[in-house]
Structures are given as C-alpha cells and as structure tokens.
Design a protein around this ligand. Structure first.
Ligand code: SF4
Ligand code: SF4
Length: 359
C-alpha cells in the first residue's frame, strides 16, 4: 500500500522551503556541522525511501498527534516525504482485513530492511490480553514483526519505558519495547509526547549514516538527551542567584524566576527541550511558566510526582552544592557510548516471558 492516498495528500503539500527548513532544524538538533547539511539533504531526498511500519499498542496516540499536528506541518510532511509509511493505523486508508494484509505484505516484502516505529507500551499480564489488535496481542505482534526489522524506534515514554501504563501498581504488566525485544538495534525517544524534531533527527541520522545515533545507557540518542534540562535552561541564572517563584502567579512567577520550588524537575531530567523547543511559536514548558515534569525519564509517573512539589534532594543555592542532581547526571551519562549496540545482544523477550523459544 505504498503511497496510499492519505499520505500522498500530505506529501504534496510540502514546499521546498518547508522541506529545507525541517532538514536544517534536524541538522541543528543533531549538532551537525554546516558541511554535513548537504549530505543530510541528499539522504533525505533520495528516491530510495526506507519502509517504515508503525505499530500502536497501549497508548493515547499523543505521539502521532504531536508529530502531525497542524502547527508543525513541515516536520510531519517532511517525515512522510522521506520515508515510505506502509502501515500506520492512525493515518492509513485501509482498515480491517485490508489493513492486516498491508502489514503482513510489507513485513514479508521488506524483511530485514524496514524501520519499525512502536508507539505505546506492551502489556504482558494475563498473556498480554489487555491489548489486542485484529485478535492478536501486542506481545504477539511485536514478537512477529520486531525481529524482522532492521532497526526499531520506540517513540514516546510508553514504548520506551512503559509510560503511565507501567505506573505503580502496573495492573497490566506494561513494559517498554526494549524489555521484550532484542537482537535488533533499538533506540528510545522518550517524552510525553516526544519532540518531533528529535524523532526527525533520528530518522535523518539513520538515513544519512546508515545507523542509529549513539545513545546513553537508557537507549536515548545523546544528541537529544545528552544534557540535563537544568544545565541549559533560560531560567538557570535565577536558580543560581536564588530567585524563585514561590507559587504560581506570584511576583517571581510573573518575572520569569526559576520554577524549582513549584515543582520543576529540570535538575533530574535529560532532554533537549530548551534548545529544540516545541511548535512553530518556539516555546517549551518552562518558557511559558510551567515546570518540567521529567517526562523523558523512566518511571516518571512514579518518580517525578507530585508534579507541583520540589525535588527532595536538590540543594538550593546558598545552602550547598546540588550534589544529588549532579550525581544523577553522572549515573545516566556514565555508560553513554553503549548506544544501540546494547540492544542488539539477545533474543526476543516474549519467548523469555512465556518460557519458550519461539523465534
Ligand atoms: S508517551 Fe505519552 S503521548 Fe506518547 S502515547 Fe504514551 S501517553 Fe501518549
Ligand atoms: S529548576 Fe527548572 S526552571 Fe529552574 S533552572 Fe532548573 S530547569 Fe530551569
């Protein structure tokens, strides 16, 4: 079902200017030098568009919505222009048996060559019966499709780490892709939702260099998750000088002071939000007065809540160094070079879960 009507309509709306703008944004996010931009453009414009199969599991579809939303037309369209999206339940035209046939045909035709994007967690309790598509569990579908992919992109915190579904007490046994699948390179692009620029950058990196980007020890691309939000936040000077919003709406809040005391989790969160920002209006949560909630970190629904209370171990200026936040940074970046290779080590986890060797 290559170039199905729905996709073509989106692709045709992309101007050359928009295409270049999207590629340049991604190049900047990747930290590429100007000399590399022509190479990236060449890869993006190649007639050989890689096949992408996009699976939705236990989720809210917010990641897709974020990517394709109206205020980010260039990135959504650019993506559809540089890839061949063979299967995506939200935007494709076929349904029912036709859709299932599309998935099956594309997997078989592109075995070992396609990129698999997974959105949403995979429930494993009760043999995976909490999420079924066309009569098959998410576990079964991932176990069948995943090992045939050339690379897997876990898009969003749910696919990367289980997300809200995995929050305590995790009644469905929700897990992230990397907990179940191995033997194929996997990259995690967490966020709730993830930044579209980070996703586009990852795809263009794969097209340009024929491999996934280097990652930290949580499988997140270093180009996007290599720095702590706190370390490149525009309110950092206020933090260092001890100027805080004490509550929403007060003098400090209205004057752009640091949001740590009203719950900002920037000191323990790794992401490029202050640099990549969101939407065409160039904002991110902290720039518009809301603290970071740490959505790119594993288990953030458990570890970063209550969202409006300050992180317990961060020393504020004048009372000592921010020892715990800094040690959290070292812990995460310590195994930074491990990258996607870590995930290419073993077999499909579903077999482990079910106690049988299926692959
Ligand atoms: S990561 Fe967040 S936005 Fe994306 S599917 Fe999960 S809940 Fe929705
Ligand atoms: S605590 Fe939050 S608002 Fe304050 S400097 Fe750090 S990231 Fe920015």
């Amino acid at each position: 079902m290559e170039d199905q009507a729905g996709n073509m309509e989106l692709i045709s709306g992309l101007s050359r200017r928009g295409f270049l703008k999207g590629c340049t944004l991604a190049a900047a996010a990747l930290g590429l030098s100007e000399a590399m931009i022509p190479k990236l453009l060449e890869a993006a414009e190649s007639a050989q568009r890689p096949t992408v199969i996009w699976l939705h599991f236990q989720e809210c579809t917010g990641c897709t919505e974020s990517l394709l939303r109206g205020s980010h037309p260039d990135i959504g369209r650019l993506l559809l222009d540089v890839i061949s999206l063979d299967y995506h339940e939200t935007v494709m035209v076929p349904s029912g048996h036709q859709a299932e046939k599309s998935l099956h045909d594309s997997v078989e035709k592109n075995k070992g060559k396609f990129v698999l994007v997974v959105e949403g967690a995979i429930p494993t309790a009760d043999n995976g019966n909490f999420c079924k598509i066309a009569g098959r569990t998410a576990m079964d579908i991932l176990a069948e499709v995943g090992p045939k992919a050339a690379a897997v992109i876990s898009l969003g915190t749910c696919a990367a780490f289980g997300g809200i579904q995995a929050a305590d007490p995790n009644p469905t046994g929700a897990k992230g892709v990397q907990d179940l699948l191995s033997g194929v390179p996997i990259v995690n692009i967490p966020g709730c939702p993830p930044n579209p620029v980070t996703f586009l950058g990852t795809v263009l990196h794969y097209l340009t260099f024929k491999r996934l980007p280097n990652c930290d020890n949580l499988g997140r691309p270093l180009f996007a998750y290599g720095r702590r939000i706190h370390d490149h936040c525009e309110r950092r000077a206020h933090f260092d000088e001890g100027r805080f919003a004490e509550e929403f709406g007060d003098y400090g809040h209205k004057n752009g002071y640091c949001l740590y005391k009203v719950g900002c989790k920037g000191p323990e969160t790794f992401s490029n939000c202050p640099a990549a920002r969101f939407n065409d209006v160039d904002v991110w949560p902290v720039s518009v007065g809301h603290g970071c909630i740490g959505c790119t970190e594993p288990n953030f629904w458990d570890s970063m809540t209550p969202f409006y209370e300050r992180l317990p171990h961060v020393k504020i200026p004048g009372t000592g160094i921010i020892a715990d936040a800094d040690s959290a940074g070292k812990k995460i970046l310590g195994v930074a070079a491990a990258g996607a290779a870590i995930h290419a080590a073993v077999g499909i986890g579903k077999a482990k879960l079910k106690g049988k060797d299926k692959e």
